[in-house]
Design a binder for this molecule. Structure first.
Ligand code: IMP
Length: 175
C-alpha cells in the first residue's frame, strides 16, 4: 500500500478544528470544573491536542486505548480495552475525542464503558465520519468531516503505524 491523493489539506483541517473548538467552548462555557478531553489512543492524539489549543474553557486530559485494526485495513469487530481511564470521571463533563468513526463498534464500546462511570455529561467529538460503513449507531455531537469509504491516513491516523505525523489526510492506495 502507498500514500495516495490528499483528501483534506492541513489548512482545511485546522480551520475545521478551530470551528469545532469554538462550538465546544460555547457549549461548555458554564461548567464548574474543567472539561475532560478523553482522547482515544493513538489516532486521536493530534486532533485532541490541536482542539485543546483552540478551546477557551479549562480542560483536563485523559487517554484510553483499545485494540484496533492491527496491520490491516479491515476491523476485526472485536474491541478490547488496552488502557483504561486514569481520572475519576464520575460527576464530570467528558468529551470523548475520536479520530474516525467507521463501523462505530469501537466508539460505542468506549461510550458505554465511560457511561458506566456516571459522568455528569458525555459527548462525542469526531474528526472524520464514514457514515456508509456504520454497523452500530453512535451519537456524534461534534463532527469534523463526512468522508467517503476510503482507508485514510495522516493527522494521527495510521496504516501499520505509519503516516500519523502527516498534517494532511491522504487516501491509502494499493501499490
Ligand atoms: P470502527 O470501530 O470500525 O468505527 O473503527 C474505529 C477505529 O478504526 C478508528 O479509531 C481507527 O483507529 C480505525 N480506522 C477506521 N477507519 C480507518 C481509516 O480509514 N484509517 C485509519 N484507521 C481507521
Amino acid at each position: 500500500m502507498k500514500l495516495g491523493r490528499e483528501l483534506l489539506s492541513a489548512q482545511a483541517i485546522q480551520q475545521r478544528v478551530r470551528e469545532l473548538a469554538e462550538q465546544v467552548s460555547k457549549d461548555y462555557a458554564r461548567i464548574a470544573r474543567p472539561l475532560i478531553l478523553l482522547s482515544v489512543l493513538k489516532g486521536s492524539v493530534c486532533f485532541a491536542t490541536d482542539l485543546s489549543r483552540y478551546v477557551t474553557v479549562p480542560v483536563n486530559f485523559d487517554y484510553v486505548a483499545v485494540s484496533s485494526y492491527g496491520s490491516g485495513t479491515e476491523s476485526s469487530g472485536v474491541v478490547q480495552l488496552l488502557k483504561d481511564l486514569t481520572m475519576e470521571v464520575t460527576g464530570r463533563d467528558v468529551l470523548m475525542v475520536e479520530d474516525i468513526i467507521d463501523t462505530g463498534l469501537t466508539t460505542s464500546f468506549l461510550f458505554e464503558h465511560v457511561q458506566r462511570h456516571r459522568p455528569s455529561s458525555l459527548k462525542l467529538c469526531v474528526l472524520l465520519n464514514k457514515e456508509e460503513r456504520r454497523v452500530k449507531p453512535v451519537p456524534i455531537s461534534y463532527k469534523g468531516f463526512d468522508i467517503p469509504n476510503h482507508f485514510v491516513v495522516g493527522y494521527g491516523l495510521d496504516y501499520d503505524e505509519l503516516y500519523r505525523n502527516l498534517s494532511a489526510v491522504h487516501v491509502l492506495e494499493p501499490d
